[in-house]
Design a protein around this ligand. Structure first.
Ligand code: SF4
Ligand code: SF4
Length: 127
C-alpha cells in the first residue's frame, strides 16, 4: 500500500507535466518526416546501367536481391525490401554504378508480399 502511494506521488507530477509539454515523437504519416542527411533507406537502380552481372545479389548479406536469369540478355533483378538491411554492400559491389542507396525510405505496407520490387527487367531477344 505504501509503495503504491509512493508510486502515485512520483507519477502524478510527471503526468501533469506531460499534459503541457510538446510531444517528442513525429507526426508521420500525418506530417512529413525529416530524415537526417546520412540516412540511407531506399535502394534504387538505374536499369540502363545494370548489366545483370549479379555481383550485388552475390554479395548481399541479407539475401535481399535476386537475379533471375534466363539468358545473357534476358534477366530480372528483384529487391526484397523486407529482408534488406540497407547496409550499402550492393552499391559497393556494383562495378557499373547502377545500384545506389538514397536519402529516402520505403513506406510500410500491410502485406509482406508487396514488399518486393522488380528493379530491372531485361527482355531482349537473343541475337
Ligand atoms: S543494402 Fe545491403 S541488405 Fe540491402 S540489398 Fe543492398 S546489400 Fe542487400
Ligand atoms: S546492379 Fe550492378 S552489380 Fe547488380 S546486377 Fe546490375 S550491374 Fe550487376
Amino acid at each position: 500500500m505504501l509503495s503504491r502511494l509512493r508510486s502515485l506521488l512520483y507519477l502524478l507530477p510527471q503526468f501533469w507535466r506531460m499534459l503541457f509539454t510538446r510531444p517528442v515523437t513525429v507526426r508521420y504519416p500525418f506530417a512529413p518526416l525529416k530524415l537526417p542527411s546520412y540516412f540511407r533507406g531506399k535502394v534504387t537502380i538505374d536499369p540502363e546501367l545494370c548489366r545483370g552481372c549479379g555481383m550485388c545479389a552475390r554479395d548481399c548479406p541479407a539475401f535481399a536481391l535476386e537475379l533471375e536469369r534466363e539468358s545473357r540478355d534476358n534477366f530480372r533483378l528483384i529487391h526484397y525490401h523486407d529482408r534488406c538491411a540497407y547496409c550499402g554492400q550492393c552499391e559497393a559491389s556494383c562495378n557499373f554504378g547502377a545500384i545506389k542507396l538514397v536519402n529516402e525510405f520505403v513506406p510500410a505496407a500491410p502485406q509482406r508480399d508487396t514488399l518486393s520490387r522488380v528493379m530491372v527487367r531485361r527482355d531482349n531477344e537473343e541475337a
